[in-house]
Design a protein around this ligand. Structure first.
Ligand SMILES: Cc1cc2nc3c(=O)[nH]c(=O)nc-3n(C[C@H](O)[C@H](O)[C@H](O)COP(=O)(O)O)c2cc1C
Length: 223
């Protein structure tokens, strides 16, 4: 698969088949992703990858914690800045509305929307769960490099015929995850990721999120 196709074809997959992925497939995938670039070649990421019972145990641990803290556990690193401003807030809302539209869950059905959202904490049924860990002492540069690593994982997954969904929602359970995984004192979970074969029959996977037009985000000079 060429890069252009992988980039164009990748979507956030939010429904998966239960088919397992083998340890050797996952090792091969992760080994290739190690080629992701990072400033100073620091490679400031660490992953925790769960399948089978290990994934089920994590899901079991998370369920009561998210039920007790539906807005997430206390954190000094909220997922979005407070009072997200335009145009970002509108984009964020728009993709949410598009998703609930393909799922046919109207705004008034708050319970239905909450129930759908809670699928995040079961990795949307994916057989493999990835957590990307970063050292809190790292700066904005290293957070960015870790993002490059995440995208590398997603594109390599695409080439393998797997779907993936990045999951910042796991940041809502940072303290619980830190304790559960016995992370180092300065380590934190940055992002989760669900990985597996996509359920192509599920309506949620028909969603094609929009993008801003190029001139909104790119400033070309001197051409
Ligand atoms: C770092 C990161 C975290 C994300 N976290 C979540 C998440 O917690 N749950 C979810 O359903 N989608 C999540 N997404 C998916 C975005 O909503 C999605 O990438 C965006 O709407 C564009 O859609 P696309 O990935 O299908 O192109 C995340 C994406 C990124 C890059």
């Amino acid at each position: 698969m060429d890069v252009c196709r992988a980039v164009t074809q990748r979507i956030s997959t939010r429904a998966f088949l239960p088919d397992p992925l083998s340890e050797s497939e996952i090792r091969d995938w992760l080994s290739q992703a190690q080629r992701a670039p990072s400033g100073g070649n620091t490679q400031p990421w660490r992953t925790i990858v769960l399948a089978g019972q290990a994934k089920d145990d994590l899901v079991k641990m998370a369920a009561p914690v998210i039920a007790a803290n539906p807005r997430g556990q206390e954190t000094d690193r909220p997922i979005y800045p407070k009072d997200l401003w335009e145009p970002y807030e509108s984009r964020r809302r728009r993709v949410g509305e598009m998703m609930y539209e393909v799922l046919d869950i109207p705004r008034e059905n708050r319970e239905g929307r909450a129930a759908w959202f809670s699928n995040n904490f079961r990795f949307f049924g994916a057989p493999v769960a990835v957590f990307v860990v970063i050292d809190e002492r790292m700066g904005h540069g290293q957070w960015g490099h870790t993002g490059m690593y995440l995208q590398t994982l997603a594109l390599l997954a695409e080439e393998r015929g797997w779907g993936s969904c990045f999951q910042e929602c796991w940041g809502m359970l940072r303290p619980a995850l830190k304790e559960y995984f016995k992370l180092g004192a300065s380590e934190m979970i940055w992002c989760g990721m669900a990985v597996g074969k996509p359920d192509t029959s599920h309506p949620v996977n028909t969603l094609r999120a929009e993008r801003a037009c190029l001139d909104e985000t790119a400033d070309l000079r001197g051409f």
